[in-house]
Design a protein around this ligand. Structure first.
Ligand code: ATP
Length: 347
C-alpha cells in the first residue's frame, strides 16, 4: 500500500515516441485508470511502473523511495493481464498459493491467507479445478486472487476484463473494485473502455499520443474536459458549426460564451462548438432554435436518443428522458437549441 509517483517519464521505441513527459501520482489506496485509444502509451506506462521496461528518462517513486532502477522482482507488485496467465498444470488453489510458497511463508499462514482470498473472490468451490476447467471469468478471478494474496504494495491491471463477455465483465469489474477497496491496494488500471474506467476509478487519466491530458475525478473528466481532445474522446459529442465573434460564438443562432478550455485558431475559417447530447433542447416547430427534421428516435430505457437533421445540413443527436421523448417522432419538424451559457470551441 504505497503512494506512487511517476515524474517526467519519456519513452521511445525507435521512432515511436510512446510517452511524453508523463507525470502521474496515485494516492495511497486509490485506484486510477489510464484511458485512451490504442497506441496512446497506457501499457508502456504500466510496464515502466512494473519495472518490466525502463524509461529513457524520468523517475518512479513508491512512497518517497526512488525505485527507478529497482528490478521488477523487487518492486512488490501484483499484476493481472488481459490474457489469462495462470500456470496450466496447477489447480486454482495452487496458482494462488504459488507466490506465498516462493516467499517461503509458513504453511499454516499460506492455508489461512489462501482460504481467505478464495472465499472473498468466490473461488472456494472451484479451487481444485485446473485452468482449462475454469470459465474465463473464473480464470481472471484466480489471477486476481493470485496477485492480491501476496499483499502487494501496488496492483497493476492491464485490460483484465477485455477478453470476457459483457455480463461477466460487469460483474468482475465490480468485484475488482470491492476487493481493491477492501484491501486498500494502490492500483493502476489500464483500459480503453470508458464505462469501465468511469465506474471503477477514483480518478481517470485520459491519454493521447503519449501525453496525459487530464487526470481527474470521472465526473469532472466528463463535465469539465481539459481540452477538446478529452471532450471528444469521453462520451458522445455533437460538433456544431460555430461563428466566433470576440469572446463569444454564434451557435444555432444563439450567442454563447466561449469556454476557456477551447482550442481554436482564428486563422481557420471553420470552427465547431462541442455540445453533449443532453444539452441539446428540442422544441415544437414554432419554438426557439434552429430548424431541423427528426430522422430517428431510439429508445434506450430511461433515456431516448433523437437524431435530428438540421436544415443547415448538420446532423445532431439529442438525449432526452424517455417520458419527454414520447412527444417526438421521425419526420417531425423541430427546433433545436442549446441549454448552456458557454461552449467549448474547436477547429
Ligand atoms: P493498446 O490499448 O493497443 O494496448 P496502449 O495505449 O497500451 O495501446 P502501448 O502498448 O503503450 O499503447 O504502445 C504505445 C506505442 O508504443 C505504440 O505506438 C506501440 O506500437 C509502441 N510500442 C510499444 N511497445 C513497443 C515495443 N516493444 N517496440 C516497439 N514499439 C512499441
Amino acid at each position: 500500500m504505497s503512494k506512487v509517483v511517476m515524474t517526467n517519464i519519456e519513452k521511445s521505441f525507435g521512432r515511436t515516441h510512446a510517452l511524453r513527459d508523463l507525470s502521474l501520482t496515485i494516492p495511497e489506496g486509490s485506484l486510477i485508470s489510464l484511458l485512451g485509444p490504442s497506441g496512446c502509451g497506457k501499457t508502456t506506462a504500466l510496464r515502466i511502473l512494473a519495472g518490466l521496461i525502463s524509461a529513457d528518462s524520468g523517475q518512479t517513486f513508491f512512497d518517497s523511495i526512488d525505485i527507478t532502477n529497482t528490478p521488477a522482482a523487487s518492486r512488490d507488485i501484483g499484476m493481472v493481464f488481459q490474457a489469462y496467465s495462470l500456470f496450466p498444470n496447477m489447480s486454482a488453489r495452487q496458482n494462488v498459493e504459488f507466490g506465498l510458497k516462493v516467499r517461503k511463508v509458513a504453511p499454516n499462514e499460506i492455508k489461512r491467507k489462501v482460504d481467505d482470498i478464495l472465499e472473498i473472490t468466490g473461488l472456494a468451490i472451484h479451487q481444485e479445478k485446473y485452468p482449462h476447467q475454469l470459465s474465463g471469468g473464473q480464470q481472471q478471478r484466480t489471477a486476481l486472487a493470485r496477485a492480491i494474496v501476496i499483499r502487494p504494495r501496488i496492483l497493476l491491471l492491464d485490460e483484465p476484463l477485455s477478453a470476457l463477455d459483457a455480463q461477466v465483465r460487469d460483474q468482475l469489474r465490480d468485484e475488482i473494485r470491492r476487493v481493491q477497496l477492501e484491501f486498500g491496494i494502490t492500483t493502476l488500471f489500464v483500459t480503453h473502455d470508458q464505462e469501465e474506467a468511469m465506474t471503477i476509478s477514483d480518478q481517470v487519466g485520459v491519454m493521447h499520443q503519449g501525453s496525459l491530458m487530464q487526470l481527474d475525478l470521472p465526473q469532472r473528466v466528463y463535465d469539465n474536459p481539459e481540452n477538446p481532445t478529452v471532450a471528444r474522446f469521453i462520451g458522445a459529442m455533437n460538433e456544431i458549426p460555430a461563428v466566433v465573434a470576440g469572446s463569444s460564438a454564434i451557435v444555432l443562432g444563439q450567442r454563447l460564451e466561449i469556454s476557456q478550455k477551447s482550442e481554436y485558431s482564428r486563422a481557420v475559417g471553420q470552427h465547431f462548438a462541442l455540445v453533449r447530447p443532453e444539452f441539446l433542447l428540442l422544441d415544437a416547430e414554432n419554438g426557439e432554435g434552429e430548424e431541423g427534421t427528426i430522422s430517428q428516435v431510439a429508445f434506450l430505457g430511461p433515456t431516448s436518443r433523437i437524431h435530428v437533421a438540421l436544415h443547415s445540413g448538420t446532423k445532431v443527436i439529442a438525449v432526452l428522458p424517455s417520458a419527454q421523448a414520447l412527444q417526438f417522432s421521425p419526420q417531425q419538424r423541430v427546433r433545436v437549441s442549446i441549454g448552456l451559457s458557454s461552449v467549448l470551441v474547436s477547429d
